[in-house]
Design a protein around this ligand. Sequence first.
Ligand SMILES: Nc1ncnc2c1ncn2[C@@H]1O[C@H](COP(=O)(O)OP(=O)(O)OP(=O)(O)O)[C@@H](O)[C@H]1O
Ligand SMILES: [Mg+2]
Length: 85
Amino acid sequence: MTAENCAIVRIQDNGRGIAGNILSKIFDPFFTTKPVGKGTGLGLSIADRMVRDKHQGYLICTSKSGEGAEFAIVFPKKIRCSKND
Ligand SMILES: Nc1ncnc2c1ncn2[C@@H]1O[C@H](COP(=O)(O)OP(=O)(O)OP(=O)(O)O)[C@@H](O)[C@H]1O
Ligand SMILES: [Mg+2]
């Protein structure tokens, strides 16, 4: 995808950020740093899957510990349609 053929939605927060060793795992199903019983670890894996399966796009997270996080949703402007859509 190039800058011309995609639309990007960026969402930033000013939270605690995400350390480098955690960043590579945040889209994994059931990965959570929340206390036991608080998080399913499914939020980002479901979001990533929806963007991939329904929009043929992808999610990117950029963050450093202590510096907030930015999520970018990259949507292609044209998508391949199948009979099941
Ligand atoms: N905006 C954020 N700032 C800091 N860490 C984040 C952020 N979003 C996600 N994370 C990290 O990614 C992990 C996985 O997120 P995900 O949304 O998949 O699950 P969860 O939030 O832990 O659980 P649930 O979605 O069920 O509440 C979180 O536990 C947290 O460590
Ligand atoms: Mg979540």
